[in-house]
Every structure is written in structure tokens, then in C-alpha cells.
Design a protein around this ligand. Structure first.
Ligand code: ATP
Ligand code: MG
Length: 648
């Protein structure tokens, strides 16, 4: 960003206060912000109230060696104990996961069953020589053995490094090598859109390039043909046979490593984010309970993949430690039909549903008829995470999934933050479509200018986090300097997440995407999010991405890429109409100079739009590495369409 402030183009007048019934029963009321004013004391209270410690911590935050902050450092605990053992007497027979396989097979797993499986697999890992502190790489689809593996690692103090089960061999090998993992846990194959993704074949290539791997454990799932290397590879079910169901949890220090997880790579080379035990658990339990308003009888479904942080924090550690019943679905939302998710919500009477804006825009593109096929009236709360949500996508979610009855929590956070940071509390905050509203209690966030000075309200600039928080990353694995440079060097004493933000006259936070993507048009800083949201507010548009491409006159010109909703056809008239629609909605300065219609947009494997590739295309640059893309073919298609010329 060249200048201090961001142009404020969008204004949103729609407000959604929670219903009086929701407020009356909510886990958190407005007074909680006041209670958390002394954030260190408040977090200590959360940690003591929510976690079962072997030794309770007496120290909250230690800033002696900033930015290598520590939380609860004299506490001792085990996360698998907190997720499982301590529930056995009270809710041992409660379902921990309703698991649904893509082909239609299902499995209900109670807390006590999960405890047995985890203990047995922990013993398997020990038998393979895995010790406290060793790294275990995981390359799996969404099967129950994935959380079982993570919890087994946590039980014996091993560090898991989960690599998304849609990665290529190269991406997997990079991550295994960066973490010098000793064991890899994988599957023969995973089900994806009706076919088998051959995980073991890819794993073999990665393991051949990764000498630190001593053993590979293979879950039998898709029964595809694979090769097993004698002495190195073992079947999960054979190793589990005859294992003891007793495995004493390791007593861990609060600051021992829990896991490494790589960021999704939207902006470049992924970073191995390091999370530790006590602060992380305090962060995910507290946010999970208060943001999702968790009650004993909820059926909670976070639709993310466990390969991303959302799955770590809000499918595994937060929900299990809070003892809730969760849903875990193996496959894609369009298999066998585009109503699969809504079918699951109806079948299991899901009460809370959490997904990503990219998924919501896909549902919009497919059409309203799919959710309309099912009874979604069990839902009482909805959430989103991963990207800014366009106000129209928010409205669609509210109406077609929430039936107008569910508060929506738009949660801003990162792999690095470990837990939700900016979010409504659903019984305490009036929401506005497209705004993540306010920092969570105990979290400090603000908007600053180039020099790190707070910009007033209303105003916009860089998002900065003003104080350490328990679930924060502790470093980048093996690269302390990069940790300091990336997050703590931009602004003195503050954490820099890399996102732009605007605050309205009531102080609401509106996340505006990455600061690297911000466009400079004729001397004005314009965020991609606002122009994209203006495009998505046209009835024909399902999804849009914009970038600033070099322009001799205006410095940069806005290039837009648009995916239409079902039933709409691309045409020159529509193109003009969309340009004018943007000008009418948010002003002539934001009118896209060119629009390319495309069936899809280039996305990372976590589903986020990769704007830097679109920028390369619009500036006719040689395209860099596209292997981290989920849909690499679309790039060539878009490049061709762009060359066809759709300029004004
Ligand atoms: P990399 O850091 O490798 O480029 P990434 O930032 O996409 O990858 P994640 O940690 O998965 O990896 O994503 C965090 C980012 O996602 C945030 O910094 C922000 O840009 C975006 N984000 C997440 N939730 C929201 C939200 N509710 N509103 C707006 N943006 C969000
Ligand atoms: Mg990031």
C-alpha cells in the first residue's frame, strides 16, 4: 500500500441483531468484553476453568524474550487427556463424531471408542520408536483415523504435521523434509468426487525423496492397488491388532510443541507454523464455546478439511475438549448430488454449521433449489472463515441455509493465530453482512497507518494485533528469523497479519483481503474485496476476483474475472452492465477496465482465490509455479480468454 488510508467504497446499512431467545440462552453476553478488560487475567481464568491440568499454571504471559512469547509456562497437561479421558465418566457414550463416507458408509464413534482407538494407536506409534518430540507426518483424507492419529501423537508427546490430503508428492515431500518427520501415516486412497485419489502412490514418491521417514502406516480405505515396501510400510489394521487399550498420557509442559502446520500458500512459500499445548488449548476451547455458543445437545459441523488449521482447531481440539457431538464428512459437497451437505444436515439434525465463503459462492452458483430440497430447520447458528465474505453471499447464506433464523459468525483468523480472533459473539453482537465485527474478548486489534499509528474511526489501513494471545504461533519451524521478519518487524511491538481492514463509524471491523493485493487506481488505494463484493451483488454473478494491472494512464487499472450463476450467459451487454453496476454501487473510480468471464477462478487447495496469478495473466507475464493450485487447468483457459480481449 503506497498511502496511509484505504478508500471506503462500500457502505452496508443492513443490520442483524440476534433474536431475544438467542440472547437469553447465549453462552456469552455483552458484559464479557468488560470482564476481559484485563486480558492476561481473563485468559488465565479461561485456562484454569476449562482445562484439566496435571499442574495448574501460575504464570500467564511471559514476554521476557519477545516476540517469543510464552503462556502458562509452568502448567502441565495432556491434550488427548483433555479431549478424551476426562470425558469418560460423564459422556463416554456420547457420540464424538458422526462420520459419513463419500460412498455412503457411515460410522458413529463415541468418546469412549475414540479413547480406545487413540490409546491403541499411541501404542502403535511407540512400537515404531516414536518418542516425545518426534515429528509424525500425516497425509490422509477425512477419515476417523486422521483425528485418531493426531490425538495419539498428542497423547505420547509427538508432534504432528498434517499435510492436506489433496497435495501432490512434491508439496508433501517439502513438508516432510522441512519437519524431518520419522513416520508417515497415510491411506491407500481417499474418496473424492466419486473416484479414488491414490494417496499411497503419491506418498511413495514423497517418501523416496525423504530419508528421515523410517516407517509408513497405511489405513485401508479405498482398497485401490498399492505397493507396500517390506519392512518400511505397515497396514494400520495389522498394527492395531492386539495392541493394549491402555496408554498413559505423557505429562507435557504447556510450552512443548503440539504441532506444525503449513499455511495455505496463497501469498507464496508456505510457512511451518508452530503451535504449543496449553495456550493453544485455552484459545480453541474458549473461542469454540463462546463463538459457536456450544450446548450439550448440539450437533456441530465444521465442514473444513482437517488438513487446514480450521480443522485442527474446530474439528479436533476445540470440539472434543468441549465434549460436543461433531459431524465429519469425507467427500465433496457435490457427490453424489449438489445437495449432499443439506442431506447430511437434515439426516443428523445439525444445529451449527461452519464453512468457507468459497463454498458458499459455489452453492450460490449451483442454485437455490438444492438447499430447498431439504429440511434445514435444525440449524440455529452459522459460521464462515477463510476469506472476506461478500455481503451478497452472506445474505444468501442467511436466507437459503439459515432460513433467516440463524446468527452468522464471520470469523477472521489465520493458521498463525491458532484460534478465532475477530468475530461476532452471536448472542452479544449485532451483525452486518460482510463484517467480522469486533475482536474476541481478550484480543487486541486495530487499524494502523504505514507508520503504525492507529487510524481513527471511521478509517482504514493495516490490521495489527496489539497484544500477544494464548493460541498464537510460537515461531516458524526452524526459522526464528523469518518469524520475526514476517510478523513482528512491520510495526513496533505489534503483530502484523498482512491483511487490510476498514473500520466503520461504529468501530466494526471489515476485513479487506491481503495488503499485497490492494490496488492503486489514480492515486486511490482500493481493496479487491470491495470491488469483488460490488460485482457479486449483481444477480448474475456468483464469484469475482479483481486485480490491479499496470496501466500507463492510471498507474493501475482494475481487471475483473467473473463467474456467473447458473442460468446466466456471458455477453457484451452483460459485461457493460456489470461495469456500470460497479460504478453505480461504489463509484466510477472502481469501474473495472476489463472483465473476463470464466467458469472458475484459480484457487489454492484450501479454496482461496489466487489473485497474484490473475495479475500475472493480466500483465501478460510468464506464469510462475501453478502446482499449488487446486485447478491448474483453469489458468490456461483464463489466459486464452484474456487474450481474446474484453477491454472496454
Ligand atoms: P499464506 O499465509 O501461506 O499466504 P493463507 O494466508 O491463505 O496462506 P491461512 O492461514 O489459511 O493461509 O489463511 C489466513 C488468511 O485468510 C487471513 O490472513 C485472511 O487473509 C484470510 N481470512 C481468513 N478468515 C477471514 C475472514 N473471516 N475474513 C476475511 N479474511 C479472512
Ligand atoms: Mg497467511
Amino acid at each position: 500500500m503506497a498511502d496511509v488510508t484505504l478508500e471506503n467504497l462500500m457502505s452496508e446499512d443492513r443490520v442483524f441483531p440476534p433474536s431475544p431467545e438467542f440472547v437469553a440462552a447465549a453462552n456469552a453476553g455483552p458484559e464479557i468484553y468488560e470482564e476481559a478488560a484485563d486480558s492476561e487475567a481473563w485468559w488465565m481464568k479461561q485456562a484454569l476453568d476449562r482445562i484439566t491440568w496435571y499442574q495448574e499454571p501460575t504464570i500467564g504471559l511471559n514476554s521476557d524474550n519477545a516476540p517469543f512469547y510464552k503462556w502458562f509456562e509452568d502448567g502441565k497437561l495432556n491434550l488427548s487427556y483433555n479431549c478424551l479421558d476426562r470425558h469418560l465418566d460423564t459422556i463416554g457414550d456420547k457420540i464424538a463424531y458422526h462420520w459419513i463416507g463419500e460412498p455412503g458408509d457411515t460410522r458413529d464413534i463415541t468418546y469412549s471408542e475414540l479413547h480406545k482407538e487413540v490409546s491403541k494407536f499411541a501404542n502403535v506409534l511407540k512400537s515404531l520408536g516414536v518418542e516425545k518430540g518426534d515429528r509424525v507426518a500425516v497425509y490422509m483424507g477425512m477419515v476417523p483415523e486422521l483425528p485418531i492419529t493426531m490425538l495419539a501423537c498428542a497423547r505420547i508427546g509427538a508432534v504432528h504435521s498434517v499435510c492436506f490430503g489433496g497435495f501432490s508428492s512434491d508439496s508433501l515431500a517439502d513438508r516432510i523434509q522441512d519437519g524431518t518427520a520419522k513416520v508417515l501415516v497415510t491411506q491407500d486412497g481417499s474418496w473424492r468426487r466419486g473416484s479414488v485419489f491414490p494417496l499411497k502412490d503419491y506418498a511413495d514418491v514423497a517418501v523416496d525423496a525423504s530419508p528421515t521417514i523410517e516407517n509408513v502406516v497405511v489405513v485401508e480405505r479405498a482398497k485401490n492397488d498399492i505397493s507396500m515396501t517390506e519392512g518400511r510400510d505397515f497396514w494400520w489394521h495389522e498394527l492395531m491388532e492386539g495392541q493394549s487399550e491402555v496408554c498413559e498420557p505423557e505429562v507435557m509442559d504447556a510450552e512443548d510443541l503440539l504441532y506444525i502446520l503449513y499455511t495455505s500458500g496463497t501469498t507464496g512459500k508456505p510457512k511451518g507454523i508452530v503451535h504449543t499445548q496449553g495456550g493453544y488449548l485455552a484459545g480453541v476451547m474458549t473461542t469454540h464455546s463462546l463463538v459457536f455458543d456450544i450446548k450439550d445437545d448440539d450437533v456441530y459441523w465444521c465442514g473444513a478439511d482437517i488438513g487446514w488449521v480450521t480443522g485442527h482447531s474446530y474439528i479436533v481440539y476445540g470440539p472434543l475438549a468441549n465434549g460436543v457431538t461433531g459431524v465429519m464428512y469425507e467427500g465433496t459437497p457435490d457427490t453424489p448430488g449438489k445437495d449432499r451437505l443439506w442431506q447430511i444436515i437434515e439426516d443428523y439434525k445439525v444445529t451449527i454449521f461452519y464453512t468457507a465463503p468459497t463454498a458458499i459462492r459455489a452453492f450460490m452458483k449451483w442454485g437455490d433449489e438444492y438447499p430447498a430440497m431439504h429440511d434445514l430447520s435444525s440449524l440455529r447458528l452459522l459460521g464462515t472463515v477463510g476469506e472476506p465474505i461478500n455481503p451478497e453471499a452472506w445474505m444468501w447464506y442467511n436466507e437459503h441455509i439459515g432460513g433467516g433464523n440463524c446468527p452468522i459468525v464471520d470469523t477472521w483468523w489465520q493458521t498463525e493465530t491458532g484460534a478465532i480472533m475477530i468475530t461476532p459473539l452471536p448472542g452479544a453482537v449485532t451483525t452486518k453482512p460482510g463484517s467480522a465485527t469486533f475482536p474476541f474478548p481478550g484480543i487486541g486489534a486495530t487499524a494502523v497507518d504505514e507508520d503504525g499509528n492507529e487510524v481513527g474511526i471511521p478509517g482504514g489501513g493495516f490490521l495489527a494485533l496489539t497484544k500477544p494471545w494464548p493460541a498464537m504461533l510460537r515461531t516458524i519451524y526452524g526459522d526464528d528469523q523469518r518469524y520475526i521478519d514476517t510478523y513482528w518487524s512491520r510495526f513496533e511491538g505489534m503483530y502484523f497479519p498482512g491483511d487490510g481492514v476498514k473500520r466503520d463509524d461504529e468501530g466494526y471491523f471489515w476485513l479487506l483481503g491481503r495488503v499485497d493485493d490492494i490496488m492503486l487506481i489514480a492515486g486511490h488505494n482500493i481493496s479487491t474485496t470491495e470491488v469483488e463484493s460490488a460485482l457479486v451483488s449483481h444477480p448474475s454473478v456468483a464469484e469475482a476476483a479483481v486485480v490491479g494491472r499496470a496501466d500507463p494512464v492510471t498507474g493501475q487499472a482494475i481487471a475483473a474475472f467473473v463467474t456467473l450463476r447458473g442460468g446466466f450467459e456471458a455477453s457484451d451487454e452483460l459485461l457493460q452492465e456489470l461495469r456500470n453496476h460497479v460504478a453505480d454501487t461504489i463509484g466510477p473510480i472502481a469501474k473495472p477496465k476489463s472483465i473476463v468471464f470464466t467458469a472458475d477462478l484459480p484457487k489454492t487447495r484450501s479454496g482461496k482465490i489466487m489473485r497474484r496469478l490473475l495479475k500475472d495473466i493480466s500483465e501478460n507475464r510468464e506464469l510462475g509455479d501453478v502446482t499449488t493450485l487446486a485447478n491448474a487447468d483453469i489458468v490456461a483457459e483464463i489466459a486464452n480468454a484474456s487474450a481474446g480481449g474484453s477491454d472496454e
